[in-house]
Write a protein that binds this ligand. Sequence first.
Ligand SMILES: Cc1ncc(C[n+]2csc(CCOP(=O)(O)OP(=O)(O)O)c2C)c(N)n1
Ligand code: SF4
Ligand SMILES: [Mg+2]
Length: 333
Amino acid sequence: MAVYTPEKPLTAAEITGPGAWWCSGCGDFGVTAAFKDVLVTLVNELGVPLERVFVMSGIGCSSKEPEMLRLNAYHGQHGRSIPVAMGVALANPNLVVVDFGGDGDSYAIGMEHFVHACIKNVNMTLIVMNNQVYGLTRGQASPTGHLGLKTSSTPEGKKVRPVNPLKLAIAAGAAFVGRGVSWKKKELAELMLRAIQTKGFSLLDVFSPCVTYHREPGYRGSGAIVDWYRLNYVLDIQEAWREMRDQVFSEEERAHLPSDYDPTSPDAALYALRLIEEAAKMGREVTGLLLVNESAPTLEEALGVSPERAPALADISVEGNLERYRKLLAELR
Ligand SMILES: Cc1ncc(C[n+]2csc(CCOP(=O)(O)OP(=O)(O)O)c2C)c(N)n1
Ligand code: SF4
Ligand SMILES: [Mg+2]
């Protein structure tokens, strides 16, 4: 196949859309900035024409992502972007399919689709802008909201334990499981690119603070919520690997562990689950690259669909298929 080279390098300005109505300081701006860097890399360095990138979204502040961009995109329904993105990926494996969702979108109303996409291992990337609240509908607690979180729907503090999407994705067999943070653009762009390049279903959960509705005692004002995440909430998986060894692993296990956490190791799924659990005991959530495992067949492979045999590119014209249509009609009569 001929390698694509753009006539002139793509710039971030060319892929900037009309813009979304986001509050000043919203974490989603950071996610957009990182994704634009990824698009520029895909087009200018990795030979992917922009028209081969397809972006999907549901409904929510986060789902306004396509409005921030200028490329092929579909703004769908709340909680239903995953099955549409799955359909696109299956119909045309020549596309890079990236679905942007919110934590409500993907882990509440869309939870069933999320888990099945992991199980089916569709070759697509789901980027969840996780802010612990339903931002668009004015800040009710979402399934990822931590215990005790005070919102308009949990005035006495959230009493139901949070869902951990990373654990679910690992258990359901996703090929890539990672978590970024919106305020570290370079690291986030690296995670996005690796997720996109992984064969199979990729979950990239991103802490993307809602500066308007996510309030934490003692952290008021612009930028304070990022400080809260940094100081009280996140724990990098490499740091967890180094500092929680004694709590998590037996002496015998520790004797054989490599010095760095390896997301591609055959034991990465089990190690990641144990580190997530240990971090949770301290009220912390792990970030970074937890798992890359491309060993399972994708849904496309299982169904015999490939870039060369893409259903969306099949000739379905009456002229080209008259005999087959006649035969089919005869069979159905
Ligand atoms: C079927 C359906 N149910 C409920 C709604 C109302 N609704 C719109 S956005 C939203 C939640 C948004 O939260 P999240 O997905 O976390 O996105 P955020 O706004 O926080 O980025 C809800 C409940 C809807 N639009 N459609
Ligand atoms: S309400 Fe929250 S999530 Fe929505 S745009 Fe404003 S800061 Fe962002
Ligand atoms: Mg949300």
